[in-house]
Design a protein around this ligand. Structure first.
Ligand code: ACO
Length: 328
């Protein structure tokens, strides 16, 4: 066992130029800016064009992360692309990204844990670095969810956005780095958020496409309650494991699903709203990309300094959830 923690050495983010506003949605389904804003906090979200696809944003975000980490792509031993909207079934989007980056010595694969994908990837990369299996790892959350959104279903089409965030991890200096991580899932709730068609169970045919079976179906109300409880509990757990309290946290980045979920988690944890980051208004829910996009924005805005405790938490389809505590 190498006795070294993993730290985030560089981050990046990318998303389509195309923007879908609440006003646009008002013209597509029976909804209103007032309803969407008050129920979710979302004002607009990025939407890929027909010629844009997941790995394009992943590669752009990764290049930024690699440059900021000041490493050579050939030194990456691991490339994880967390996504539920891959470029294609085979090969993995991770391998496509690896080729674009020239990270030819890495193991590359996709990780499907929906909105918790980045935290799952962070956990695996941390383990690989701490055990000496690899020195540098690239973890990406990338989605073009708009391909799986039914733009006639007002309960889901208002929520999701497209984009990618990436982080390069490597050996930490001193007592900095990832202090604790926890990941969980409960497949008994699989049908709270799922796409029934398009795989081997219901193979894609003209009929299943016409029936919209490849689109996301969601029970928003139940997910809402589970998301609040799970993100608050896993946050408490990673804090306890590292011997810290919520008041020690300098920056809290929860998965950006709904402003009301974020507020409820912060209130359960009893953390001040001033340390809770939110970009939901202009990104919507970008699933696995949400936490790394938010993290990169926080770094750019100078919201995190050396020695700060940064808490990450997520919840998503599966259902899956996870938390991580990082000493910056
Ligand atoms: N515009 C106007 N009315 C709407 C819309 C809309 N876009 N969508 C739903 N409604 C209506 C419903 O039909 C319902 O009408 P009814 O009372 O006549 O039946 C009413 O608004 C209330 O619907 P609810 O579903 O109870 O509304 P809620 O306050 O729960 O908000 C929402 C729905 C925004 C989906 C919320 O439940 C949510 O955000 N859940 C979390 C879902 C989520 O984020 N999933 C992603 C993955 S999991 C995760 O990331 C946490």
């Amino acid at each position: 066992m190498a006795d070294v923690r993993a730290a985030i050495l560089g981050t990046g983010r990318a998303y389509p130029e195309g923007i879908l506003t609440n006003a646009d949605l008002e013209r597509m389904v029976e909804t209103s800016d007032e309803w969407i804003t008050s129920r979710t906090g979302i004002k607009e979200r990025h939407r890929a064009s027909e010629s844009e696809y997941t790995s394009m944003f992943a590669v752009e975000a990764s290049r930024q992360a690699i440059e900021r980490a000041r490493i050579d792509p050939i030194d990456l031993g691991l490339v994880i692309c967390a996504t539920v909207s891959p470029d294609q079934i085979l090969p993995s989007t991770g391998c496509l990204i690896q080729a674009e980056l020239g990270a030819n010595r890495a193991a590359a694969f996709d990780l499907a844990a929906a909105c918790s994908g980045f935290l799952y990837g962070l956990t695996l990369a941390d383990m690989m670095i701490r055990t000496g299996q690899t020195r540098y790892a690239l973890v990406i959350g990338a989605e073009v969810l708009s391909r799986y959104v039914d733009f006639t279903d007002r309960s889901t089409c208002i929520l999701f956005g497209d984009g990618a965030g990436a982080a390069v991890l490597g050996p930490a200096e001193g007592d900095r780095g990832i202090l604790s991580t926890k990941i969980y899932s409960d497949g008994r709730y699989a049908e709270q958020l799922y796409s029934p068609g398009g795989g081997t169970r219901v193979k894609p045919t003209a009929e299943t496409l016409a029936q919209g079976m490849h689109y996301f179906k969601m029970k928003g109300n139940e997910l809402f309650k589970m998301a609040v409880r799970s993100m608050a509990d896993v946050s408490t757990e990673v804090l306890n494991e590292a011997g810290y309290k919520p008041e020690d946290v300098k920056l809290f980045i929860p998965h950006q699903a709904n402003q009301r979920i974020t507020d409820a988690v912060a209130s359960r944890l009893n953390v001040d709203s001033s340390i809770v980051y939110s970009n939901i208004a202009y990104h919507g829910n970008t699933s696995s990309a949400s936490v790394p996009i938010a993290l990169d924005e926080c770094i750019e805005k100078g919201k995190v300094s050396e020695g700060d405790l940064v808490l990450l938490a997520s919840f998503g389809g599966g259902v899956t959830w996870g938390g991580a505590l990082i000493k910056w």
